[in-house]
Design a protein around this ligand. Structure first.
Ligand SMILES: [Zn+2]
Ligand SMILES: [Zn+2]
Length: 145
């Protein structure tokens, strides 16, 4: 009988969540799939996508899809800002600046109730800077991506 079952955490979903929380790079579904596959060789990319979307809907993880870039996933749901590498696309957390970077008063002044804030800083990560320095100094393009 097609009765809707309560969504339980499958072993696959648990491994996906564990691997996501093990890294700080906010991987894309494909990057995470490569990690999960080392533990679960039979898992499919579709399963990873499905579970990530489900976890994001549940609020267990965050899905970041800003500016048309490929979505990246975040195992941490506390309020925090990000910096994204313009070269390889990795994202890192910027902790400790949430409260003092953006005051809520300006938006409240025009009658909004503030639910949250999405802000992304753009930069070049240390790995890419190192690569850039060792290759052509003037070339801004990353050779690995
Ligand atoms: Zn980078
Ligand atoms: Zn994050």
């Amino acid at each position: 009988m097609p009765h809707r079952k309560l969504q339980r955490n499958t072993p696959q979903r648990r491994v996906i969540l564990e691997e996501l929380r093990n890294v700080t790079s906010h991987p894309t579904a494909v990057e995470l799939y490569e990690l999960v596959r080392q533990r679960m060789p039979k898992i499919s990319l579709g399963t990873v996508y499905r579970n990530l979307d489900l976890l994001a809907q549940q609020g267990t993880i965050q899905k970041h899809a800003l500016g048309g870039a490929e979505a990246r996933f975040d195992g941490s749901t506390h309020r925090h800002y990000h910096v994204r590498c313009d070269c390889c696309g990795r994202m890192d957390d910027l902790d400790g600046i949430y409260d003092n970077l953006v005051g809520e008063q300006p938006a409240q002044a025009v009658g909004y109730q503030i639910l949250g804030c999405r802000l992304e800083l753009i930069g070049i990560c240390s790995d890419c800077r190192r690569r850039e320095n060792t290759s052509n100094e003037n070339k801004r393009e990353c050779r690995t991506c």
